[in-house]
Structures are given as structure tokens and as C-alpha cells.
Ligand binder design. Structure first.
Ligand code: 5AD
Ligand code: SF4
Length: 491
């Protein structure tokens, strides 16, 4: 890992060091986990002394930004336990942080487990851990127990804070350890985190989802909505800023319902206003907004903000009011278009992106054309388009009129064509302007080029060197090539 949340992890290190292993593990969290981190450190040290080398660990993350953030937490804990992170799966401890939003995510995990089995045959000490959304599905765990008995540790989305404790159980046992919770109301703060980027970070503001869109498995695997205390969020961001972070991405399945279940309720817009005040923080992004409860207050805050990026991801899912109703989205075509109109009037230069599902049960050609119509009216900068995937246990899975594959594929291709043509035109609209980019990394294909991100989330490649990474630079956007720019640094 490239960077540490120095202050944060330093403080945690001290507390871990002070833990007394001759006493029983504390009951309180996170102290209990600190105790297990120290215990694991001892076990890892014994093994690595025997082997004459450090123990290595590797995490593969599937799915969304929530999972990416969870993986950073897992790496933070792994490193406190004495593992060294490596970039390939030839490691002593391999972890898959899984996604189950669509069926093919699951299939990829099973496929790769076959490969891991062959590695493990060569290195029998190898420990394999599986976690994330897919593990919250009982039929997945049954299948793993039956056909993938070489897996050492299985845990879910609600108890990743217990990772150190579970690793200790695994290191001390030859059996498969399984710990899955159906739901939780608990949020454990102050666990170590190892960030992937020194200058930007995801920050969870809430967990779970209460919306139950009829196609979606997320509410079943991520549980009910829980908002983090605003004080904890602010404190975390302040620390991140002290440690070099200039951009945060606030994460939640539906950020617009932030704060509803807090003891002292607070809106997402109010939270943003507080975050805006943090000195040294330059950019604020968030993900994901549900159109049904995007408030006027939020539009106003975005409009007046100096830090909130000019980008809004506003999942449409379908442009047909009939399908939207069957999806349980609680808005219709007209309401969505009115919302977009309101946003564009307030913030004309905002870039809008979306998620669209094609082939939801019962979708007719007319329904599909309504979706294309919305795409043409809204003119998204880009859109993630998905083929509907049947998720067992969701209401849509048992709906009549599942759409044949060839029909869906044809619609999908037509939609993609429309989305891409418009996306290219929209992306190019700032050609010739000088804009601010946050420099993220060296271009992997051409070492003379650096890659930065515009406020509207588009990438820009321009000549520069690695000393610029993490800095905000003014870049002239010379040429748009589809979905990115080639530019020149000015000043
Ligand atoms: N099939 C296809 N796409 C889905 N999504 C969620 N569930 C499904 C499903 N069953 C998409 C939605 C959501 C995005 C994260 O994934 O578009 O916004
Ligand atoms: Fe799934 Fe809908 Fe919740 Fe998004 S808002 S996670 S699509 S149920």
C-alpha cells in the first residue's frame, strides 16, 4: 500500500502495543479488536520466523466503492497484524471481497476460487478468506461448504470490524470458520485503515439500504440503513486532510436519506455544509443519490458550494413510468425529467451520469424506447448500462415475462450506441477551456504523461512529472478523445 493514515494508525499502534495478552480479550469494541490484532501479530510472527520471511497478504476487491473502502479497512487491520501486502495471489493469505449485485460477479468468484485451489495445493499453509456481499447469501455459503472446503474463513458485510478476531480463530484452527450476521445496528469506529491513494479517500457516511428496489439484492446483503454520527464523519475527514487528503468521496447506498435515523436527525445537505467548512479540504464528491429524495436543499447547497464537484450520479434505471413502478423506484419519467431540469437550471455546468438496467421483467419495446428518450433528453456525460440480472430472493426474480436474452442484447446494444454518442458530445463540451484537475497518477502507457481528474469526473492526460501527484493544477483541455481529454498544463 502506498500510504498510511499516519496519525490515525500511529495512535492505534500505541493502543495495540499497550494491550495485555495475559488478560482476557476486552468485551468493548474496538478495544477487543486491538487485543486480537496484538494476538494475531504474535501468531504471524511465530509463523514468519519459522519460514524465515514475512507473511504476505493479497486482497482482490469486486464491485463498488463501498467494497473498495471496506478493503482498505481490511488492509489496515492486516498490516497491524504483521502481514505485508503484495500485489498478486501468490500470498500466504488471499482474500476476496465479493459483490453479488449481478450474477456474473458471483460466477467470476467461483472461477477464480478454482485457480486459488491450485495455488493452495502448492502452498498448503495458504489461508483463503472470503467476505463481502456474496457471503450474505445463504445458498452461496452452502455451496462453499460443500464444494470449496479448502476456504479457511468466510465472513459477511456486517462484521468486517471483527476481522482481527476471525483471523486469530482461523490461524488457530484447521476448520472452515464462518461468521455471517443477518443484520446489525452497530457501527464500530476507530479501526485502522490503509488508503490506496494518499490524496483522496472514500468516507462512509451511511451503511445499508431501505429502498428495496424490486431487482436489487443490496438491501438483503447490506441490511437496514444506518447513518454514521456526523461528528465521527467530520473527525475522520479532518484527520484525512491533516494526512494529505484533498478530495473525499462520501459513500452510501442512498446518501439522500442520510441522517434520518440519527438521534438528532440531520439532512445530507446539512452534513455537506459542515464538511465544506473543513479547512484544507478541496473537493467533495458523493455517491449514490436516489432521485426520489434529492431535495431542493441539496441542489441549493451544491449550487453555492466551492468544494462540491460539478458531478451528480443520478441512477435512472428505466425511463418507463410503468417499469419504474414495477421496480419500486418511487418516481416516474416526468418526475425524473423535472428533477434534472431543476438541477440544470441551478447548476448549468453540472455533469450528470447514471445507471440503467435493460431487460427488466415485462419491459416492452415501448418501455425501452422511453428509456432511450430520457437518455436523449437528459444527455448524460456517461452511463453505466446493465443487463437485468435475476437475483434470487428479490421480488423481480419471480415476476412474469422475463425477457429473452436475444431481445435484451439487442436493446442493450442500441442503448449503448445512444449513450456513447451523446456521452462523446457532452464530454467534449469543455474543449479549449482551462480547468482545474487533481493529478492522480502517472499514465501507465506513457511515462511522460500524468493523469488528472476534472471536477466533473473526466480524466485528462498531460505532460508532467510525478511530483504533481496529489496536486490541483490548471490544465488546458486541448482535445477530447471520446471520454477523456489530452491537455497542457498552464502556469
Ligand atoms: N440486474 C442488473 N443491474 C442491477 N443493478 C442492481 N441490481 C441489478 C440487477 N439485478 C444495477 C443498478 C444499480 C447499479 C449499482 O447496479 O443499476 O444502480
Ligand atoms: Fe439497490 Fe435501490 Fe438500494 Fe440502490 S437504492 S442499493 S438499487 S435497493
Amino acid at each position: 500500500m502506498e500510504n498510511t493514515t499516519l496519525l490515525f494508525n500511529d495512535e492505534i499502534e500505541k493502543i495495540i502495543d499497550a494491550m495485555d495478552l495475559s488478560q482476557e480479550a476486552p468485551v468493548e469494541e474496538p478495544q477487543r479488536q486491538y487485543w486480537f490484532m496484538k494476538k494475531a501479530r504474535q501468531l504471524v510472527k511465530e509463523q514468519s520466523e519459522k519460514l524465515g520471511r514475512p507473511l504476505t497478504a493479497n486482497i482482490t476487491t469486486f464491485g463498488c466503492q463501498m467494497n473498495a473502502r471496506d478493503s482498505e479497512k481490511l488492509v489496515g487491520i492486516l498490516e497491524r497484524m504483521g502481514y505485508v501486502e503484495v500485489s498478486d495471489e501468490n500470498a500466504d493469505f488471499v482474500i476476496y471481497n465479493t459483490c453479488t449485485v449481478r450474477e456474473n460477479a458471483n460466477l467470476r468468484v467461483y472461477g477464480r476460487l478454482g485457480y486459488l485451489h491450485s495455488l493452495k495445493k502448492k502452498n498448503p499453509h495458504m489461508m483463503i478468506g472470503l467476505c463481502g456481499c456474496m457471503m450474505q447469501e445463504p445458498q452461496v455459503v452452502e455451496k462453499l461448504k460443500k464444494s470449496y472446503s479448502f476456504v479457511n474463513l468466510i465472513f459477511g458485510t456486517h462484521n468486517i470490524y471483527k476481522f482481527a478476531e476471525l483471523v486469530v480463530s482461523s490461524l488457530l484452527s484447521n476448520r472452515m470458520i464462518i461468521d455471517i450476521w443477518k443484520d446489525t445496528d452497530k457501527i464500530v469506529e476507530d479501526l485502522p485503515v490503509e488508503r490506496k491513494y494518499p490524496f483522496k479517500s472514500g468516507v462512509n457516511i451511511m451503511f445499508g439500504c431501505n429502498n428495496f428496489c424490486s431487482y436489487c439484492i443490496v438491501p438483503y446483503v447490506r441490511g437496514r440503513e444506518r447513518s454514521r454520527n456526523p461528528k465521527d464523519i467530520i473527525r475522520e475527514i479532518e484527520r484525512l486532510v491533516k494526512d494529505g487528503v484533498v478530495e473525499v468521496m462520501l459513500l452510501g447506498q442512498n446518501v439522500n436519506s442520510y441522517g434520518k435515523n440519527l438521534e438528532e436527525p440531520m439532512t445530507f445537505a446539512q452534513l455537506l455544509t459542515e464538511i465544506e467548512k473543513i479547512e484544507g479540504l478541496k473537493r467533495i464528491r458523493f455517491m449514490t443519490s436516489h432521485p426520489k429524495d434529492l431535495s431542493d436543499e441539496l441542489i441549493e447547497v451544491m449550487k453555492n458550494s466551492k468544494k462540491i464537484c460539478k458531478h451528480l450520479h443520478l441512477p435512472l434505471q428505466s425511463g418507463s413510468s410503468d417499469i419504474l413502478q414495477k421496480m419500486n423506484r418511487r418516481y416516474d419519467k416526468e418526475k425524473y425529467l423535472n428533477l434534472v431540469e431543476k438541477i440544470r437550471t441551478a447548476i448549468p455546468d453540472i455533469s450528470l451520469t447514471t445507471d440503467i438496467i435493460v431487460g427488466f421483467p415485462g419491459e416492452t419495446e415501448e418501455d425501452f424506447l422511453e428509456t432511450v428518450d430520457v437518455v436523449k433528453k437528459v444527455r448524460y456525460d456517461s452511463a453505466f448500462t446493465f443487463i437485468y440480472s435475476k437475483r434470487t430472493g428479490t421480488p423481480a426474480a419471480v415476476m412474469e415475462n422475463q425477457i429473452p436474452e436475444d431481445v435484451v442484447k439487442d436493446r442493450f446494444n442500441r442503448l449503448l450506441e445512444t449513450v456513447q454518442t451523446i456521452g462523446r458530445e457532452m464530454s467534449a463540451r469543455d474543449t479549449g477551456k482551462v480547468m482545474e484537475v487533481l493529478v492522480e497518477e502517472q499514465n501507465s502507457q506513457d511515462k511522460h504523461l500524468m493523469t488528472g481528474r476534472l471536477s466533473n469526473n473526466l480524466l485528462v492526460h498531460f505532460e508532467g512529472d510525478t511530483s504533481l501527484i496529489g496536486q490541483l493544477c490548471q490544465v488546458r483541455l486541448d482535445e477530447c478523445r471520446g471520454f477523456y481529454y489530452m491537455g497542457t498544463k498552464v502556469g
